[in-house]
Design a protein around this ligand. Structure first.
Ligand code: NDP
Length: 244
């Protein structure tokens, strides 16, 4: 159980981040729901989280912007009294073969997916050091393990998340802070809407189906909980066997 803990979840207005925020709320964690532009969706998640009797609030923050992250984290600490768990889930794709990919397609994805996680960890770093406690969970992808044609930008950002997670795990281990990465395969969200009915994609997955956001949320809840205290610097695939 996550009772009494405060969790910050980026990209919590939709998809995997929403499922993580609601799973944590059902386990009685207070949740700071971070979104980028979709206030309506974030407010729906907020309403549902509050129905579990926890403290919850939604914050608009572009994770690619370090100063916005700094202001948001300061506000969350003021509102909740501290932070115990950080989930870096916000992510985007700009899929194209490299010949068609322009510089902004590459930098936008790196800035959101990789620098966004760096920014949020940097802004929570002192809080975790002071507390001598923290759980950081970064959402990578099987694309970061195996690469993917048409996703040079995205794969690079998700491989970067793995290096970032392991380095943070080593830097903060002495302060009792664990940092791990989750590498999902195909999960049913807006991001993968276009792949949903593709038989040839489902056939590449040994379990022959896409994952559900709630399944990723269960793994995040395990990594956020004290029962996983001896796991740090790990990358856990949740992909129906896709990248084994
Ligand atoms: P969705 O596209 O469904 O949701 C993306 C979320 O990220 C939204 O909440 C969005 O906010 C938020 N977001 C986007 N850009 C920013 C930004 N600059 N600052 C803050 N928030 C931002 O994505 P998924 O749920 O599918 O993916 C979640 C994570 O899981 C991503 O990191 C993705 O790469 C990873 N992943 C997903 C897989 C999948 O199959 N779905 C597979 C492997 C990894 P808003 O609603 O306000 O726009």
């Amino acid at each position: 159980m996550l009772k009494g803990k405060t969790a910050v979840i980026t990209g919590a207005s939709r998809g995997i981040g929403k499922a993580i925020a609601l799973k944590f709320a059902t386990q009685k964690a207070n949740v700071a729901i971070i979104y980028c532009g979709n206030k309506e969706k974030a407010d729906e998640v907020l309403k549902e989280a509050l129905s579990f009797g926890v403290n919850a609030k939604a914050y608009k923050c572009n994770v690619a912007d370090l100063s916005e992250c700094g202001d948001t984290i300061k506000q969350i600490i003021a509102d909740f009294g501290g932070i115990d768990i950080l989930v870096n889930n916000a992510g985007i794709t700009r899929d194209k073969l490299m010949l068609q990919m322009d510089e902004s397609d590459f930098s936008d994805v790196i800035d959101t997916n990789l620098k966004g996680a760096f920014n949020m960890i940097k802004c929570c770093y002192k809080e975790f050091m002071k507390k001598r406690y923290g759980k950081i969970i970064n959402i990578s992808s099987v694309a970061g393990l195996s690469g993917n044609a048409g996703q040079t930008n995205y794969s690079a950002s998700k491989s970067g998340i793995i290096g970032l997670s392991k380095s943070v795990a080593k830097e903060l281990a002495g302060r009792n802070v664990c940092c791990n990465a989750i590498a999902p395969g195909f999960v049913e969200t807006d991001m993968t809407e276009k792949f949903k009915e593709h038989e040839e994609i489902l056939n590449t997955i040994p379990l022959k189906r896409m994952g559900k956001p709630e399944e990723v949320a269960n793994l995040a809840a395990f990594l956020a909980d004290d029962i996983s205290d001896y796991i740090t610097g790990e990358v856990i695939r949740i992909d129906g066997g896709l990248a084994m």
